[in-house]
Design a protein. Structure first.
Length: 388
């Protein structure tokens, strides 16, 4: 059914990126020095954002690209009381060839649909969402991620929140979609590489039958307590364990990988599976696995299965633990050098040059080359830049 026929018969309007209204700022801000942009307590965002509202009876409003600024919400908005909100995280990359690119946005858009469904928020058409993401990058990319910053990125956060101003646990009858773009620190090369502290016995990040597979805020806020404890002990993130056997699930908010020699002598890349819905179906995770199967299958076996912290301890004790890394949008591909689990300190090899293991380095290189245009690949889409 077309938007015109929807309007004629009073049916709710679908989200339609072609109706985007452009309202440009009359107070453009100075672009900060990238070296200090991420050092403050506030995320610095670009001049504009995109916003659209939804109502159960009328559907989606025409989206608007407008000056970045505060949102207006009633104190009784459902997102503030019942966590009816979900989001995505992705990046815009300035390639070494001067072009702006995005990476596999179709998966981010599809995941937002899935997350929205999990918490009873409205359907967001993935193709329309992608077009709105491209529109924001097209307008603000040239200024905020200039060609002089080849090899750098900006972070995008599409967010969907329930706005119905009514107390009571129910599916929201109104919602807001907004997309912002700003700075995020580069953290994939932290000194000494990533160090993980396993989660305490009395805390879990997700559970079978829960919502660990959806990108909702309720997955993240409750994990901060453990992250703070890890930080106080000198660790970067929590390695989340699950169940009596201590199944390894995620490293902070990133997917977790291990490379080891199995007891039968075969080299294996292993990460937790998706079938029990404990972990997020990460776009970076998916890409790591697909590239490894395509390019490294003659070197090692690629496995998605449950594995435990005791398997890691045993492999380290036997000299079979070769590498480990986290994979996600924020941390990208970050080698893991150290895991502490109770009385066990597990040291993980960092390769010949002390930076990462061989498999980790190869996968990171494959992805970087695609994202920054060193090689042409269908996963990376060029975004045209608006010049006026």
């Amino acid at each position: 059914m077309t938007s015109l026929s929807n309007a004629q018969n009073g049916a709710p309007q679908p989200l339609n990126a072609s109706k985007l209204i452009y309202t440009f700022t009359d107070s453009p801000r100075d672009v900060p020095d990238p070296a200090i942009a991420c050092t403050g307590k506030e995320t610095i965002c670009t001049d504009h954002m995109i916003l659209a509202t939804w109502n159960a009876h009328t559907g989606w409003s025409a989206p608007e690209l407008k000056p970045y600024g505060p949102l207006t919400l009633m104190p009784t908005a459902s997102c503030l009381h019942y966590a009816t909100e979900c989001f995505e995280g992705l990046k815009a990359y300035r390639g070494y060839d001067g072009k702006l690119r995005v990476f596999r946005t179709e998966h981010n858009a599809a995941r937002l649909q899935m997350s929205a469904n999990r918490i009873s928020l409205p359907f967001v058409d993935s193709k329309e969402l992608q077009q709105l993401i491209y529109a924001l990058i097209s307008v603000d990319g040239s200024k905020w991620l200039p060609k002089s910053r080849a090899g750098d990125f900006l972070y995008l956060r599409p967010t969907l929140i329930g706005t119905q101003p009514s107390l009571g646990v129910q599916a929201p009858q109104s919602a807001m979609l907004y997309i912002i773009m700003g700075y995020m620190p580069r953290v994939d090369s932290v000194p000494g590489r990533m160090k993980l502290l396993t989660s305490p016995d009395n805390l879990v990040r997700s559970w079978v039958g829960g919502f660990g597979y959806a990108k909702v805020g309720a997955n993240y806020g409750p994990s901060v307590l453990a992250s703070q404890a890890a930080s106080r002990e000198g660790f970067h993130q929590t390695l989340w364990l699950y169940g009596e056997d201590g199944e390894c699930t995620e490293a902070g908010g990133s997917n977790f990988f291990v490379v080891w020699l199995r007891k039968d002598g075969k080299k294996e890349l292993v990460t937790a599976p998706l079938d029990d819905r404990l972990i997020l179906d990460g776009v970076t995770r998916r890409s790591c696995l697909e590239l490894a199967k395509e390019r490294l299958s003659d070197e090692l076996e690629i496995t998605e299965r449950k594995f435990t912290i005791n398997e890691i301890i045993d492999a380290a004790a036997d000299g079979r633990l070769l590498e480990s890394f986290s994979a996600g949008t924020a941390w990208f591909i970050t080698p893991v050098s150290h895991i502490r689990h109770r009385e066990h300190d597990i040291k993980i090899p960092m390769g010949v040059h002390g930076e990462s293991g061989e498999v980790t380095g190869k996968i990171k290189g494959f992805l970087s080359n695609i994202m920054y245009g060193r090689v042409q690949h269908p996963w990376a889409a060029v975004v045209p830049e608006r010049t006026t």
